[in-house]
Design a protein around this ligand. Structure first.
Ligand SMILES: Nc1ncnc2c1ncn2[C@@H]1O[C@H](COP(=O)(O)OP(=O)(O)OP(=O)(O)O)[C@@H](O)[C@H]1O
Length: 346
């Protein structure tokens, strides 16, 4: 497994990102709690490039760079195939053996390979796929807690009940007697979150955790994540720009494996700088409006094997310059945003 924790190859020993990156962290965004921008980042990614091991010229991720601070809720958006799952699995250290990771991932200043796996946890769109259907919830949660904390069965039961209470389940003992199929999607997602919390993670990756839920349950789970985030950083993958806008501090827009824009959620919505971000947000109602699914502009995302040297968005962009055909734009700081575009006048 080349993309495992040990497979990340350090190209740099520094994990401090330069000033323009830090500026996107200057908060005060739309009533959100302030994030300690001066504190050491929980997650720091520098120059993360993921290629096919057998075909290293094919890049699934290209020089991805960002960092997350404690208490931050960072939404990662991008259409299907843009590389969100590849990015999450690289951070988790579980990417496929067909992939090779280059670059640098640090958790709290330590290389991924030196960090306890439990410092990061992940929750998914379909919790029922990750829960054992033939084991009661209590057994599964107790087992997790016993492994992590080395507790006796009785102590583990008490801890499991506490974790269920922490995620808003008021009758933990009854819940622990149930099988996953006896519970709703929202309850199963709470159980998954409880299992994630059992690890006391510094970083929680949430891969579309609410997209299979009805609107009311979706709100409850989002409120729960909101309560929990003060103790960790949350990387929230979503196709729902309304949620990204309403819930996150910052939004990162991934396009064809490249982060093309990063900025405070309110600024990114109000003044999107990249033409792709503009196209995405042109279909979204104001902040107070109802959430909308991600609406992609005309044309299609280039497959990883078809990506050329120039800007990946050039074939869908109405403002291309000559340089866009042969030089891929790098992220650059514009006030408090970061954008990868040659034609900011367009
Ligand atoms: N193991 C692999 N081997 C070859 N290509 C891969 C592999 N894993 C992912 N890819 C390719 O990498 C690109 C990004 O895939 P990824 O699953 O990360 O997209 P995504 O943004 O998560 O999409 P979705 O929103 O549909 O989940 C896709 O073109 C996909 O086909």
């Amino acid at each position: 497994m080349v993309c495992s924790e040990g497979g990340i190859m350090d190209q740099t020993s520094s994990h401090a990102l330069e000033a323009p990156y830090a500026r996107t962290l200057e908060h005060g965004s739309a009533g959100r709690p302030a994030i300690a921008a001066g504190s050491a980042p929980i997650l720091s990614i520098t120059g993360l490039t993921v290629v096919l091991a057998e075909q290293p010229e094919t890049r699934l991720l290209d020089a991805v760079q960002f960092e997350l601070r404690k208490g931050e809720f960072f939404a990662l958006v991008g259409e299907s195939g843009s590389g969100k799952s590849v990015l999450c699995s690289a951070i988790m250290g579980v990417a496929s053996s067909e992939l090779r990771c280059l670059g640098d991932i640090h958790i709290e200043g330590r290389r991924l390979s030196d960090v306890d796996r439990r410092q990061r946890a992940m929750i998914y769109q379909q919790p029922s796929l990750y829960l054992n259907p033939v084991r009661r919830i209590g057994f599964q949660l107790r087992e997790t807690v016993q492994v992590i904390d080395g507790l006796s069965k009785k102590e583990a039961s008490e801890r499991a009940a506490d974790l269920l209470r922490d995620v808003g389940i008021n009758d933990p003992n009854e819940t622990m007697r149930k099988y996953p199929h006896e519970m709703s999607g929202g309850m199963n997602q709470r159980v998954m979150i409880a299992m994630a919390l059992a690890m006391k993670p510094k970083l929680l990756i949430a891969d579309e955790p609410t997209s299979a839920l009805d609107v009311t349950t979706q709100k409850q789970i989002l409120d729960l994540l909101e309560q929990l985030r003060s103790a960790m950083a949350i990387l929230f993958v979503t196709h729902d720009l309304g949620i990204a806008l309403q819930r996150s501090d910052r939004i990162g827009v991934l396009y064809a494996g490249q982060l093309v824009e990063i900025g405070r959620a309110d600024l990114t919505a109000r003044t999107p700088l990249h033409p792709y971000t503009r196209a995405l947000f042109s279909a979204v109602p104001p902040l107070s409006g109802r959430p909308r699914r991600l609406h992609s502009p005309a044309g299609s995302l280039p497959e990883p094997t078809q990506r050329q040297a120039g800007c990946n968005f050039a074939s869908r962009c109405s403002g291309t310059l000559d340089i866009c055909q042969h030089t891929r734009p790098a992220l650059q700081g514009i006030a408090q945003q970061l954008v990868a575009c040659h034609n900011l006048e367009a």
